[in-house]
Design a binder for this molecule. Sequence first.
Ligand code: T5A
Length: 208
Amino acid sequence: MSKSRLITLEGSEGAGKTTALKAICKILDKWQIEYICTREPGGEPTAEKIREILLNSDHLHAKTELLLMFASRNEHIENVIKPALESGKWVVSDRYVDASYAYQGGGRELGFETVKWMDEFIVGKTQADYTILMDIDPQVGLERIKIRGQADRIEQESLPFFYRIAKAYRRKAKIDAHKYTVIDASKSILKVSQAIEQAMDEQKEKLL
Ligand code: T5A
C-alpha cells in the first residue's frame, strides 16, 4: 500500500484553485487512491467559525490575522488532516501553510521568519508532500472574481498587497523547489487542467 500524502494547492485570489482541485481528483481517481478534499482557512467546524471571523470582520490587526490562521490550521490538522493521513487516506487541501507565508509573511509584511516560527510550532512534521502553485498576475485573478459580487475583507485589499503575495509565493516555490510545481494559471481552463494532470503524472513515482 502506498504512503498517504498531503497535496496542497496555492495561489492568489481567482487563480483557479477549484479547477485545479478537480484535475487533481481526476488523477487520484485514476490512480485508485482514497482521498479527502479540504480547505483552509476552515475544513472542520471550529476552523470554519474562525474563517468567518477572518473573512468577515471589519478590521483585524495583521498579527491577529496570523494567529487566527494558525489557530484554525491547528484544529484542521488535529481533527481532519492527521486522522485522514493516519487512516491511509490522501489529503488534498485548497490552501495550507504556504498561504500564511504569502499572505501574512508577504502581503502583511510580517516576514517569512515569523511565519516559519508558527509553522514549526503548529504544522511541525505535517508538511505538504507536494504543492501546486497556481501562478497568475493578481490583477487578472481579481478581475475573474469580480463577478462574484461582494468582496470579503482580504479581497478588498489594494493591488500592491496582492503583488507582494504573488512575489512571496514565488519565493516559497523556489525555497521548496523539490516539492513544488508552478502552473501558469493565466491559460484557459482546459490548458490549466492538462498542465496539472501532466504535473501529477510526473510526480507519480515520487508520490506512490
Ligand atoms: N488566507 C488563507 C490567508 O490570508 N492566509 C492563510 O494562511 C490562508 C490559508 C481564503 C482567504 O484567506 C486567505 C486567502 C484568501 O484571501 P477563499 O474564499 O477560500 O478565502 O479564497 P480563495 O482560496 O482565493 O478562493 P477564490 O475562489 O477566490 O480563488 P480560486 O479558488 O483560486 O478561484 P476559482 O477556481 O473559484 O476561480 C475564480 C473564477 O475564475 C474562473 C472561475 O470559473 C471562477 O469564475 N476561472 C477561470 N477563468 C478563465 N480562465 C481560467 N483558467 C480560469 N480558472 C478559473
